[in-house]
Design a protein around this ligand. Structure first.
Ligand code: SF4
Length: 223
């Protein structure tokens, strides 16, 4: 059972972040638990829509990927796809009706921070699909962009290289190579062919209000 006092602190931080996101033109939703997320997502996607997603532990943990595979949508499913078919799927994803992803971090000021290896996820976040849905646990909330950069170098990237089986320093040591020398500048890192930190995107104030919808969950999800 969740501690009610801690729960209260988590929700206050979520509301503060939602306020920042709303000021930046992003639509916000709060889910008390991961189990509530698919029902919120259902209200944001029309049946029959073409949908695509970035690779995400959060979308799996919340059951959103299962929802996308339910048959109600034309889901451009990347699982089990390889070679030229992946290239095509990533390009087709840029013209999907809806793109779903998590985020590497979200600041209390209402900015999203994402770092990609291929760049397909940040490309769809920036431009293409008319609607983008982001799902993030409260553990992704940080005070500012400096903290977001540090979060990727010490949590998100090492865990993702483990998930993806990339041969990188951070997979072996649990933090970015740059951290060992106290270098926390945004682009610093390794020169490995398996590097997953290649494109860095900060999503700030949006010109198209409501294109990006953010569902913040009062549980720790993904990394
Ligand atoms: S730059 Fe390299 S070592 Fe640093 S977090 Fe990214 S993949 Fe890991």
């Amino acid at each position: 059972m969740r501690d009610e006092h801690l729960d209260s602190v988590i929700k206050k931080r979520i509301f503060k972040t939602m306020d920042g996101l709303a000021k930046n033109g992003m639509e916000c939703y709060m889910a008390e638990t991961a189990a509530e997320v698919p029902d919120i997502v259902k209200t944001l996607i029309e049946k029959g829509a073409t949908v695509a997603s970035g690779g995400s532990a959060t979308l799996n943990e919340t059951g959103v990927i299962d929802l996308l595979r339910s048959g109600d949508y034309n889901y451009l499913d990347r699982s089990g796809v390889s070679g030229d078919a992946v290239k095509k799927l990533f390009r087709d994803s840029l013209s999907a009706d809806v793109y779903l992803s998590s985020t590497n971090a979200v600041t209390e000021n209402g900015e999203l921070y994402n770092v990609d290896g291929n760049g397909n996820r940040v490309a769809a976040l920036c431009y293409g699909p008319d609607s983008v849905i982001i799902v993030a646990g409260y553990n992704k909330i940080v005070a500012n962009i400096d903290e977001a950069v540090r979060r990727v170098k010490t949590i998100a990237a090492p865990a993702n290289t483990e998930r993806l089986g990339c041969d990188t320093y951070c997979r072996e040591k649990g933090e970015c190579m740059s951290c060992a020398s106290g270098d926390f500048r945004l682009p610093s890192g390794c020169r490995s062919s398996g590097r997953i930190c290649c494109s860095y995107v900060i999503t700030a104030h949006q010109r198209v209000p409501g294109r990006i919808k953010v569902i913040l969950v009062a549980e720790s999800l993904g990394y």
